[in-house]
Design a protein around this ligand. Structure first.
Ligand code: IPM
Ligand code: MG
Length: 353
């Protein structure tokens, strides 16, 4: 069976990390790749970060693989000018991808690459479940010469569905992160999560932690966490913080899923592709030099294989190849080494079994 993948290399280091990822996937199965302009590259060509045609192409694919968007060339604070990030937000919203999964599991080979002490990060294995299509990212925005506002709103339905994802993914515990001592949305969040918990998931432990405290615990005792369930903006911030446990943000993959089911699993349910992308950005400072770390992109492709295409064996193959390459000494510049993108890609390919 051929899997139809829409690829969106985007900007900066995006194309440099996408190319070796497709080589890697070709080793593992039968894929048909359809590349489209996205982000800044699409703004240059069409004046908008996400065209209707590309959104339609994504909707029709089995999965969407995205590298990174943005760069100083398109940076602006003028609300009337297009921004590359609007493409990303438009795609998440347009595909209904409300559940963003960001696993954080530092590999023993990289314990020394983290700025945190080994004994703090050892044994960390957590999953950030970030709500992705609501909250302050998508509320009404206003701007005058002297004031600006961004509305943060959530409905019970939005909270319930992401909480269900988190409880479903938990092995032992869900830590729901909010700011219920200040925000009304957080008080609703807390109520809805607690109700769903007692109704459907009483066997999973649940705790509520305020976001400032959660930020502290993430670096003081990361082993404490299993699943972190949180709203859009808190999840954005906490996942970058959590990335440093793995040594580099160049290591962190993500999957964004909606209510679509992977092919072959539940053919009666609604279908829709997931979006798979590294957590890091387009790194314009190192773009074009061939030194970007492609591992988060490879691991995002592994998440696509697992969550998007129901190819668990192939996903595990990629993950163990990455692990063996690192065990064998592979280090790109962000991990304190000198390997180029091409050398990193070769090291992983050589470890495919
Ligand atoms: C992320 C990114 C995006 C976000 C930006 C690029 C809009 O930081 O995926 O974490 O804030 O969601
Ligand atoms: Mg972010």
């Amino acid at each position: 069976m051929t899997h139809r993948i829409v690829t969106l290399p985007g900007d900066g280091i995006g194309p440099e990390i996408m190319a070796p990822t497709l080589d890697l996937l070709r080793e593992l199965g039968d894929f048909e790749f359809e590349e489209h302009l996205f982000g800044g590259a699409s703004i240059d060509a069409h004046g908008t970060a996400l065209t209707d045609d590309v959104l339609v192409a994504c909707r029709g694919a089995d999965a969407v693989l995205l590298a990174a968007v943005g760069g100083p060339r398109w940076d602006t604070t003028d609300p009337s000018r297009p921004r590359p990030e609007q493409g990303l937000l438009g795609l998440r919203k347009g595909l209904g991808l409300y559940a963003n999964l960001r696993p954080v599991k530092p590999l023993p080979a990289l314990y020394e690459a983290s700025p945190l002490r080994r004994e703090r990060i050892e044994g960390t294995d957590l999953l950030v479940v970030r709500e992705l299509t609501g909250g302050i990212y998508f509320g009404e925005k206003t701007r005058t010469a002297t004031s600006a506002s961004d509305v943060c709103s959530y409905t019970t339905a939005e909270i319930e569905r992401i909480a269900r994802t988190a409880f479903g993914a938990a092995r032992s515990k869900v830590t729901s992160v909010d700011k219920a001592n200040v925000l009304e949305t957080s008080r609703l969040w807390r109520e809805v999560v607690s109700e769903l918990h007692s109704r459907e998931f009483p066997h999973v432990a649940l705790e509520h932690v305020l976001v400032d405290n959660a930020a502290m615990q993430l670096v003081s005792s990361p082993r404490h966490f299993d699943v972190i369930l949180t709203e859009n903006m808190f999840g954005d911030i906490l996942s970058d913080e959590a990335a440093m446990l793995t040594g580099s943000i160049g290591m962190l993959p993500s999957a964004s899923l909606g209510d679509g089911s992977p092919p072959g699993e539940d053919s009666t349910g609604p279908s829709g592709p997931g979006l798979f992308e590294p957590v890091h950005g387009s790194a314009p400072d190192i773009a074009g030099q061939g030194i970007a770390n492609p591992l988060a992109m490879f691991l995002s492709a592994a998440m696509m294989l697992r969550h998007g295409l129901a190819l668990e064996t192939e996903a595990a193959t990629v993950e163990s190849a990455v692990q063996r390459a690192l065990d064998g000494g592979l280090r790109t510049a962000d991990l304190g080494g000198e390997a180029s993108t091409a050398q990193a890609a070769k090291a992983v390919l050589d470890n495919i079994e």
